[in-house]
Ligand binder design. Structure first.
Ligand SMILES: [Zn+2]
Length: 496
């Protein structure tokens, strides 16, 4: 019975939402709302209106013919006195009748055309949305990828003879590349640039502390490697290990240890500064410099760039993160900030950004074009602004939920039900103070995502551990949850 009542409540809520959106759906501001998903349900209302229209038309038609009959009867009585007049009148009436029938038919046809037009329009809206989805966002992502590819190519060329880290092709990560960025106008296109050790150097990743636990502050230790063999064969370098310091100072650029390291560890801030200082000059050597102006924005652990299209004035915000790949996996030690208030400059936190992006792609491919995974995430990310929950929590929730609720139930018609399942699941996790990290300790990862062996065997990490540790936290997050739920309901009902 409880389930029945709950279902009824859900149905009623859906109907309210649909009615509200009927008047507001053409509001251009609501770009984050999945209009087609709501439109789908609205079409049902279209059918009801169509039936009512037909009924009214039929009613009107009947009344008209009744009036005509009455008129005909009375005139028949009057006209029985004159047979000539009767004949002429009958003819006239027949003509009138024919005209009226014609008119009714015309009106009927017009109404039909109008209905068809309306359906066509609704179809068009849906098509536009689909085209936007298929072309708009990805094409912008593609443009950013191309611009950054040109930039990094030029960087590699400029630094080819030095001993700075080698920069590989950038990988688009985060909400923009996963297609759920909440607000298009201030989208930041985030890319991870894999960093490799230059010749004569090796990177050692220090991932574990003395107790063999995952380290709080993973570091990248830089070591020199003997290059005597290369020196003899190619003659383009001097071995850092087997030449005198004077010799090296005089004849060769300094090693990475002397430039971007602190102690023997690769330094995030030094690496970022090195790149930031030269990027604008290097950009001007690329062909794209004629089309886009590049401005470097202040940042410490990443490189934020603002690209302005010279002819249209359109601005694109790009954030470049640097990362050292962990083996051949999709996990990187990256320059991104940690949640800690202070992150040492030699700390390279483990990042799952690439693995997340790949898993997202895998899900979307499996769920098909009409899935609402992105729409749900975008909608919630928009609602979450300024709240206690991060979008990362919601993303993790959805990753888990997709494994619980079959992908076939993540289609457009399920939009509201899926929003509700996410909220219910969030409430459940908050109540039990447990939401495990999706990638650490996950043994069920598809082949598309490569995780280091240590990830698969690790003990799961609880993202809500802080709730266990802080006694006041529970009431605080539950209050936040209620605010989120109310805000979501308000957004669905009133659109703001
Ligand atoms: Zn050597």
């Amino acid at each position: 019975m409880l389930e029945g009542v709950q279902q009824q409540e859900v149905n009623l809520r859906e109907q309210m939402t649909q009615l509200q959106h009927e008047t507001e759906q053409r509001n251009v501001e609501q770009r984050w709302v999945d209009v087609p998903a709501l439109l789908f349900t609205l079409l049902n209302y279209g059918r009801i209106w169509f039936c009512m229209g037909l009924f009214l038309l039929l009613f009107w038609n009947m009344e008209q013919s009744q009036q005509m009959n009455q008129h005909h009867d009375s005139s028949n009585a009057e006209d029985s006195f004159s047979s000539e007049e009767e004949a002429a009148g009958a003819e006239q009436k027949e003509e009138e009748q024919e005209k009226q029938v014609e008119q009714v038919e015309k009106v009927e046809q017009e109404k039909k055309v109008e209905q068809e037009k309306q359906v066509e329009q609704e179809k068009q809206v849906e098509q536009v949305e689909q085209v936007e989805k298929a072309q708009g966002r990805p094409s912008r992502c593609q443009l950013v990828e191309e611009l950054m590819s040109d930039l990094l190519l030029a960087c590699r060329f400029v630094w080819s003879n030095s001993f700075y880290p080698t920069l590989r092709s950038a990988i688009g990560v985060g909400s923009a590349f996963e297609g759920w960025s909440p607000r298009e106008e201030d989208t930041v296109y985030c890319l991870l640039v894999p960093v490799e050790a230059p010749r004569g150097h090796i990177f050692h990743l220090e991932l574990y502390d003395e107790e063999d636990e995952l380290a709080m502050n993973p570091r990248v230790r830089v070591e020199l490697r003997c290059m005597c063999e290369r020196e003899q064969q190619l003659g383009d370098v001097l071995c850092f290990l087997h030449h005198s310091v004077e010799d090296l100072i005089e004849n060769q650029d300094p090693s990475l240890l002397q430039t971007l390291c602190t102690d023997v560890y690769l330094d995030v801030e030094k690496t970022v500064t090195w790149f930031r200082v030269q990027v604008a000059t290097i950009w001007n050597t690329t062909l794209q410099a004629d089309a886009y102006n590049l401005k470097v924005l202040p940042s410490k652990r990443s490189c934020k760039l603002q690209l302005t299209n010279i002819s249209s004035g359109e601005k694109i915000l790009v954030e470049l993160l640097f990362g050292v790949q962990q083996g051949n996996s999709d996990i990187f030690l990256s320059s991104q900030n940690t949640e800690a208030s202070f992150t040492p400059s030699t700390t390279w936190p483990q990042s799952c950004a690439v693995a997340e992006m790949k898993y997202f792609q895998y899900l979307l491919e499996k769920a098909g074009e009409n899935s609402v995974i992105q729409s749900c995430l975008r909608f919630l990310a928009h609602t979450l602004v300024g709240m206690g929950f991060s979008t990362y929590v919601i993303k993790t929730l959805i990753f888990h939920l997709v494994n619980i609720i079959p992908l076939g139930n993540w289609q457009r018609r399920n939009f509201l039900s899926r929003l509700e399942s996410i909220l219910r699941y969030l409430h459940f996790c908050l109540k039990y103070k447990r939401l495990v990290h999706f990638f650490i300790g996950n043994k069920m990862m598809p082949d598309e995502v490569i995780l280091p062996h240590s990830f698969r065997t690790a003990t799961p990490v609880n993202l809500f551990q802080h709730l266990e540790d802080d006694p006041d936290a529970e009431s605080r997050v539950l209050r936040d949850f209620r605010v989120l739920r109310d805000r979501l309901l308000k957004l669905l009902l009133f659109g703001r």
